[in-house]
Design a protein around this ligand. Sequence first.
Ligand code: IMP
Ligand code: MG
Length: 181
Amino acid sequence: MNQMNLDISAVLFDEHKIQARLREIGSQISSDYAGKVPVLIGILKGGFIFMADLVRAIDIYVEMDFMAVSSYGTGTTSTGAGKIRKDIDINVEGRDVIIVEDIVDSGLSLQYIKDYVWKHKPASVRVCVLLDKPTAHKLEIEFEYVGFEVGNEFVVGYGLDYGELYRNLPYIGILKEEMYS
Ligand code: IMP
Ligand code: MG
Protein backbone atom coordinates (compact mmCIF):
# COMPACT_ATOMS: atom_id res chain seq x y z
CA MET A 1 0.00 0.00 0.00
CA ASN A 2 1.30 3.39 -1.04
CA GLN A 3 1.31 5.55 2.10
CA MET A 4 0.71 8.74 0.11
CA ASN A 5 -2.63 7.45 -1.21
CA LEU A 6 -4.05 7.74 2.32
CA ASP A 7 -3.53 11.52 2.25
CA ILE A 8 -5.66 11.98 -0.86
CA SER A 9 -9.42 12.55 -0.63
CA ALA A 10 -10.16 12.04 -4.34
CA VAL A 11 -8.32 11.14 -7.51
CA LEU A 12 -9.20 13.71 -10.18
CA PHE A 13 -7.13 12.54 -13.15
CA ASP A 14 -5.43 9.17 -13.30
CA GLU A 15 -2.40 8.26 -15.42
CA HIS A 16 -4.53 7.05 -18.28
CA LYS A 17 -6.62 10.21 -18.43
CA ILE A 18 -3.54 12.44 -18.22
CA GLN A 19 -1.72 10.61 -21.02
CA ALA A 20 -4.81 10.67 -23.25
CA ARG A 21 -5.12 14.45 -22.79
CA LEU A 22 -1.40 14.93 -23.41
CA ARG A 23 -1.68 13.09 -26.73
CA GLU A 24 -4.39 15.57 -27.77
CA ILE A 25 -2.39 18.62 -26.71
CA GLY A 26 0.79 17.15 -28.24
CA SER A 27 -0.81 16.71 -31.65
CA GLN A 28 -2.37 20.16 -31.45
CA ILE A 29 1.04 21.72 -30.77
CA SER A 30 2.64 19.59 -33.50
CA SER A 31 0.18 20.90 -36.08
CA ASP A 32 0.11 24.51 -34.80
CA TYR A 33 3.91 24.69 -35.04
CA ALA A 34 4.41 22.58 -38.17
CA GLY A 35 7.51 23.79 -40.02
CA LYS A 36 8.77 25.65 -36.96
CA VAL A 37 11.06 24.66 -34.10
CA PRO A 38 9.50 26.06 -30.92
CA VAL A 39 11.40 26.42 -27.66
CA LEU A 40 9.51 24.83 -24.79
CA ILE A 41 10.31 26.35 -21.41
CA GLY A 42 9.32 24.09 -18.52
CA ILE A 43 8.71 25.82 -15.21
CA LEU A 44 10.41 24.03 -12.31
CA LYS A 45 9.69 22.24 -10.23
CA GLY A 46 5.96 21.64 -10.63
CA GLY A 47 6.07 21.36 -14.41
CA PHE A 48 8.85 18.80 -14.77
CA ILE A 49 6.76 15.64 -15.15
CA PHE A 50 4.23 17.38 -17.38
CA MET A 51 7.06 18.69 -19.57
CA ALA A 52 8.70 15.25 -19.78
CA ASP A 53 5.49 13.57 -20.93
CA LEU A 54 4.28 16.43 -23.12
CA VAL A 55 7.43 16.60 -25.25
CA ARG A 56 7.10 12.90 -26.02
CA ALA A 57 3.59 13.56 -27.33
CA ILE A 58 4.96 16.16 -29.78
CA ASP A 59 6.37 14.87 -33.06
CA ILE A 60 8.03 17.97 -34.54
CA TYR A 61 11.50 19.33 -33.72
CA VAL A 62 11.49 21.21 -30.41
CA GLU A 63 14.15 22.69 -28.17
CA MET A 64 13.76 22.56 -24.42
CA ASP A 65 14.80 24.71 -21.56
CA PHE A 66 13.80 25.18 -17.94
CA MET A 67 13.23 28.11 -15.67
CA ALA A 68 12.66 28.29 -11.92
CA VAL A 69 10.91 31.11 -10.15
CA SER A 70 10.61 31.46 -6.41
CA SER A 71 7.23 32.30 -4.99
CA TYR A 72 6.75 33.89 -1.63
CA GLY A 73 3.74 31.76 -0.84
CA THR A 74 3.89 29.01 1.75
CA GLY A 75 1.63 26.05 2.28
CA THR A 76 -1.44 26.10 0.11
CA THR A 77 -1.62 29.80 -0.71
CA SER A 78 0.61 31.53 -3.18
CA THR A 79 1.35 35.21 -3.23
CA GLY A 80 2.81 35.36 -6.68
CA ALA A 81 6.27 35.03 -8.11
CA GLY A 82 9.30 36.56 -6.48
CA LYS A 83 12.46 36.19 -8.51
CA ILE A 84 14.22 34.03 -11.07
CA ARG A 85 16.09 31.13 -9.45
CA LYS A 86 17.13 29.44 -12.66
CA ASP A 87 17.26 31.45 -15.85
CA ILE A 88 16.76 30.20 -19.41
CA ASP A 89 19.95 29.22 -21.25
CA ILE A 90 18.67 29.25 -24.84
CA ASN A 91 18.60 32.63 -26.58
CA VAL A 92 14.91 32.94 -27.43
CA GLU A 93 15.18 36.17 -29.45
CA GLY A 94 13.07 35.72 -32.58
CA ARG A 95 11.95 32.26 -31.47
CA ASP A 96 8.51 30.79 -30.87
CA VAL A 97 8.28 30.06 -27.17
CA ILE A 98 5.86 27.77 -25.37
CA ILE A 99 5.83 28.12 -21.59
CA VAL A 100 4.96 24.82 -19.88
CA GLU A 101 3.53 25.34 -16.39
CA ASP A 102 1.86 23.03 -13.89
CA ILE A 103 -1.09 25.09 -12.70
CA VAL A 104 -2.63 28.54 -12.93
CA ASP A 105 -4.06 29.49 -9.56
CA SER A 106 -4.05 33.28 -8.99
CA GLY A 107 -2.22 33.71 -12.30
CA LEU A 108 0.45 35.90 -10.73
CA SER A 109 3.33 33.48 -11.36
CA LEU A 110 2.40 32.95 -14.97
CA GLN A 111 2.02 36.68 -15.62
CA TYR A 112 5.47 37.28 -14.14
CA ILE A 113 7.00 34.50 -16.26
CA LYS A 114 5.29 35.71 -19.45
CA ASP A 115 6.49 39.28 -18.91
CA TYR A 116 9.99 38.00 -18.24
CA VAL A 117 10.08 35.87 -21.39
CA TRP A 118 8.76 38.74 -23.55
CA LYS A 119 11.74 40.86 -22.43
CA HIS A 120 13.97 38.48 -24.42
CA LYS A 121 12.25 39.51 -27.68
CA PRO A 122 10.80 36.17 -28.81
CA ALA A 123 8.73 36.07 -32.01
CA SER A 124 5.77 34.62 -30.11
CA VAL A 125 4.84 33.32 -26.69
CA ARG A 126 2.12 30.81 -25.94
CA VAL A 127 1.38 29.02 -22.70
CA CYS A 128 0.55 25.39 -22.04
CA VAL A 129 -0.75 24.62 -18.55
CA LEU A 130 -1.67 21.25 -17.16
CA LEU A 131 -4.29 22.57 -14.74
CA ASP A 132 -6.34 25.71 -14.48
CA LYS A 133 -8.24 26.91 -11.41
CA PRO A 134 -10.53 29.42 -13.14
CA THR A 135 -12.28 30.55 -9.97
CA ALA A 136 -8.97 31.47 -8.29
CA HIS A 137 -7.62 33.91 -10.88
CA LYS A 138 -6.71 37.31 -9.47
CA LEU A 139 -6.00 38.86 -12.84
CA GLU A 140 -7.05 38.33 -16.42
CA ILE A 141 -4.56 36.01 -18.03
CA GLU A 142 -4.40 34.23 -21.36
CA PHE A 143 -3.10 30.75 -22.02
CA GLU A 144 -3.58 28.74 -25.17
CA TYR A 145 -3.34 25.08 -24.14
CA VAL A 146 -4.99 23.69 -21.01
CA GLY A 147 -5.01 20.10 -19.78
CA PHE A 148 -7.86 20.19 -17.29
CA GLU A 149 -9.85 22.59 -15.16
CA VAL A 150 -10.05 22.05 -11.41
CA GLY A 151 -12.08 23.66 -8.64
CA ASN A 152 -10.63 25.71 -5.85
CA GLU A 153 -9.14 22.70 -4.03
CA PHE A 154 -5.48 22.06 -3.32
CA VAL A 155 -4.25 19.36 -5.67
CA VAL A 156 -1.06 17.32 -5.64
CA GLY A 157 0.70 14.69 -7.70
CA TYR A 158 2.17 14.44 -11.19
CA GLY A 159 4.75 17.11 -10.32
CA LEU A 160 2.61 19.21 -7.98
CA ASP A 161 3.63 19.28 -4.35
CA TYR A 162 2.59 20.18 -0.88
CA GLY A 163 5.70 20.98 1.17
CA GLU A 164 7.82 19.28 -1.53
CA LEU A 165 5.97 15.98 -1.08
CA TYR A 166 3.60 14.14 -3.43
CA ARG A 167 5.29 15.18 -6.70
CA ASN A 168 5.90 11.49 -7.45
CA LEU A 169 2.26 10.44 -7.29
CA PRO A 170 1.41 9.22 -10.80
CA TYR A 171 -2.06 10.79 -10.68
CA ILE A 172 -3.51 14.20 -9.73
CA GLY A 173 -5.61 14.17 -6.59
CA ILE A 174 -7.11 16.44 -3.95
CA LEU A 175 -5.05 16.60 -0.77
CA LYS A 176 -7.11 15.95 2.35
CA GLU A 177 -7.66 19.21 4.18
CA GLU A 178 -6.49 17.64 7.45
CA MET A 179 -3.03 17.38 5.87
CA TYR A 180 -2.57 21.14 5.94
CA SER A 181 -5.13 22.57 8.35
P1 IMP B 1 -0.29 31.34 -8.89
O1 IMP B 1 0.83 32.31 -9.03
O2 IMP B 1 -1.21 31.68 -7.74
O3 IMP B 1 -1.06 31.10 -10.18
O4 IMP B 1 0.32 29.98 -8.39
C1 IMP B 1 1.03 29.21 -9.20
C2 IMP B 1 1.93 28.27 -8.47
O5 IMP B 1 1.48 27.91 -7.14
C3 IMP B 1 1.91 27.02 -9.27
O6 IMP B 1 2.92 27.05 -10.26
C4 IMP B 1 2.12 25.95 -8.23
O7 IMP B 1 3.50 25.74 -8.05
C5 IMP B 1 1.51 26.52 -6.97
N1 IMP B 1 0.12 26.01 -6.79
C6 IMP B 1 -1.02 26.69 -6.95
N2 IMP B 1 -2.09 25.91 -6.70
C7 IMP B 1 -1.61 24.69 -6.39
C8 IMP B 1 -2.22 23.44 -6.03
O8 IMP B 1 -3.46 23.26 -5.96
N3 IMP B 1 -1.36 22.42 -5.77
C9 IMP B 1 -0.01 22.54 -5.84
N4 IMP B 1 0.59 23.68 -6.18
C10 IMP B 1 -0.19 24.76 -6.44
MG1 MG C 1 4.82 26.25 -10.25
